[in-house]
Design a binder for this molecule. Structure first.
Ligand code: 173
Length: 484
């Protein structure tokens, strides 16, 4: 049994069939044939190297001589391609919500399900955005705002915006150039990209694509085999990565039911439900769980000194959700924390990063005398950000910068590099206007006194609905009856 994939490599995956997180059926479908197109978007580049012993790497074959699996273009796919052809011109895309609305109808369903899905009932996913609605401005007037400047420094590195492109997995699900779209747009706009451990493009490809001097960070999923993580981290440092963001909120992946349901629907329903044998095989876990088995649930505070011993890069914990853990990170000498619930994709009913920010600044001031933003210990927030207005609220409350993930995925899934380029330009324009209207000439002037966040911790206040956001949000679906 063999499988052929990129650059004509042939692998014997017979013994791996039962262990494949995505089930054996998909492998058997491509046995002896070219699996490149199906394989590439949903596997990190080193998946085979990591999981398959070297003796199963059989060699190379000329891809031209290999039988292609004929993929029938369904009516639904034809309709989708028509929608792609009818995308509005970028000049009509006015805000980040527009990208989401377009992505939802032009992306392949599986890819949309993976990017948009969140944990359980998706309450936290929506709360991330809604939390910004509980903060209101107290702008200042009669200040000369002819010149306004919203550039900053993130971990000592210049950034033209107080935001960075945060790590998101599987970029090629949305666009053939995957995360390269982000690298190129980040270069053009002077923002920092955080490279994900589970990018579709290889790490080196993304570093090679950076302009001279372009700053990149790295997000790390810690491997059960620490030697693999150590090699990766040290390689990243050698290649010039400027900071390491260790993800600490994913000892197990959350249940993303939109993603899981897609998996079921992609199967032949008769096989999924009709065959007792098949029923026992858990092939329903969606794209993310399928490739996450290497992540170590045993990661512990005790491991932090080890990270400090293997790299000189600043270390930041990504996924901190209360002041107690932020304080511990500070006391251990880390460079900062990302207050995040992983885009609502992990523990449902975890609070939004912006809400956590308020308690972290309060307690770290009371207990360690810190004021924020703080160069020595930087606070970041991610989740739910769609406007410069949102970002500025986080800055006012003490964040150094904010991570933006899904909106850029939707931008490149719909328009490739030009989409991300346009998204960043929109944000620049929004910053300019908001800074002027706030009466703030620099980010230093965007102060806690400029916001009323007194309702932030209350989860029952009524605010006017956000119609653009709500019209994009796709309801979850119940299980459907089998067709008879
Ligand atoms: O949120 C995610 O989907 C994610 O972080 C992830 C984790 C492991 C594998 C793929 C994606």
């Amino acid at each position: 049994m063999s499988l052929t994939r990129p650059s004509g490599k042939v692998y014997d995956v017979t013994d791996f069939l039962d262990d494949h997180p995505g089930g054996s059926k998909i492998i058997l479908k491509y046995a002896g044939k070219d699996a490149t197109a199906e394989y590439e978007p949903i596997h990190p580049p080193d998946a085979i190297k990591t999981h398959l012993p070297p003796e199963k790497h059989l060699g190379s074959v000329d891809p031209e001589t290999v039988q292609k699996v004929k993929i029938e273009v369904t009516d639904a796919e034809k309709e989708r391609l028509e929608r792609v052809a009818n995308r509005p011109p970028l000049s009509e895309v006015l805000n980040l919500h527009d990208f989401e609305a377009i992505a939802r109808v032009v992306m392949p369903e599986k890819a949309w399900a993976y990017y948009s899905s969140a944990a359980d009932d998706e309450i936290t996913n929506r709360e991330n955005h809604a939390a910004y609605h509980r903060i209101w401005w107290r702008p200042r007037i009669l200040r000369d705002v002819t010149h306004v400047d919203w550039s900053t420094k993130i971990l000592g590195h210049p950034s033209k915006l107080p935001l960075y492109i945060t790590a998101t997995a599987l970029g090629k699900l949305g666009h053939p150039d995957g995360e390269l779209n982000l690298t190129r747009a980040a270069a053009k706009h002077g923002v920092i990209q955080m490279i994900p451990t589970l990018s579709s493009c290889s790490f080196d490809e993304l570093v090679d694509a950076a302009e001279p001097g372009q700053v990149q960070f790295l997000q790390l999923y810690v491997n059960k085999d620490r030697e693999i993580s150590k090699k990766f981290v040290q390689h990243a440092e050698k290649r010039g990565i400027k900071a390491l963001f260790i993800t600490v909120d994913a000892p197990q992946l959350g249940r993303r039911e939109k993603d899981m349901r897609q998996k079921f629907e992609a199967e032949d329903p008769a096989e999924v439900t009709g065959n007792k044998q098949q029923d026992k095989v858990d092939r329903s876990q969606g794209a993310a769980r399928a490739i996450s088995s290497f992540i170590d649930p045993g990661l512990d505070w005790k491991d932090i000194p080890w990270f400090q011993s293997i790299t000189k890069m600043p270390l930041i914990l990504k996924g901190v959700q209360c002041w107690e853990d932020a304080l511990q990170a500070y006391d251990l000498g880390l460079a900062g924390v990302v207050l995040s619930n992983h885009g609502g994709r992990q523990l449902d009913f975890s609070r939004s990063g912006i809400e956590i920010l308020v308690e972290v600044t309060r307690e770290l001031k009371a207990r360690r005398g810190l004021t924020f933003p703080n160069e020595k210990f930087q606070l970041f927030v991610d989740g739910g950000v769609r406007r410069a207005n949102d970002v500025l609220k986080a800055v006012a409350l003490g964040a150094t910068a904010v991570g933006v993930g899904r909106p850029f995925l939707y931008a490149f899934s719909s328009y490739g590099f030009e989409g991300v380029d346009h998204a960043l330009q929109i944000l620049h324009d929004e910053f300019e206007m908001n800074m002027r209207l706030l009466g703030a000439r620099t980010l230093e002037e965007v102060k806690p006194e400029m916001v009323d966040a007194s309702s932030l911790q209350s989860h029952i206040v009524a605010v006017p609905g956000d119609r653009l956001y709500d019209s994009n949000y796709e309801s979850m679906q119940h299980a459907r009856l089998r067709e008879v």
